[in-house]
Design a protein. Sequence first.
Length: 215
Amino acid sequence: MAKRRKVNNMLGLAVLATVVERPMHPYEMASLMRARGKDRDMDVKWGSLYTVVRNLEKHGFLEVTDSVRDRGHPERTIYRITEAGHAELADWVRDLLATPEREQPKFEAALSVCGVLPPDEVTSLLRRRVDLLEAEVAGQRESLAAHLREVPRLFLVEAEYDLAIREAELAWTRSLLDELASGTFPDLALWRDWHEKGRRPPEIAELAKRGAVTD
């Protein structure tokens, strides 16, 4: 399990990784992170940026170096990363790279309760998902290939990973869809009977009593 950190918001990681380049104010941090697509790499809630920056300062990972006032803009505080911030950033990255953690994708949540819908409807919905995933994967492949011609691979490994995850999801979803469409999915008749008769078959009801099935 990854360590519990003083600032555990993933936006804090993005801030430290940005400010490590040079001192800057939060508005500049946000501009750079948006330009680099950090909100695609991690769960970024932009409204909490100033709170995260203040918390990083509170715990000694950032420090104020100056404040500037541009014409037409309020005063902006400039922050730089501290020695403790450098250590925290490096330790955080090591922890995340080395320690696998269970994540809870929304698709997995939907699959866990998909039995509440008739199998034919689930088949139709998965077919739609496959179409969308195919278009998305094709776009990601094209974009990654274009970027690799100009950007060192070191700065694109997260895009490679995301593409690999999407390709794996697409392959698995296609496989499930094939089983449903061909009728080879185990217990398909039981599932269909459940919805046609409007009540759970005894086999499913018994599993539900033991807490093995939710609906």
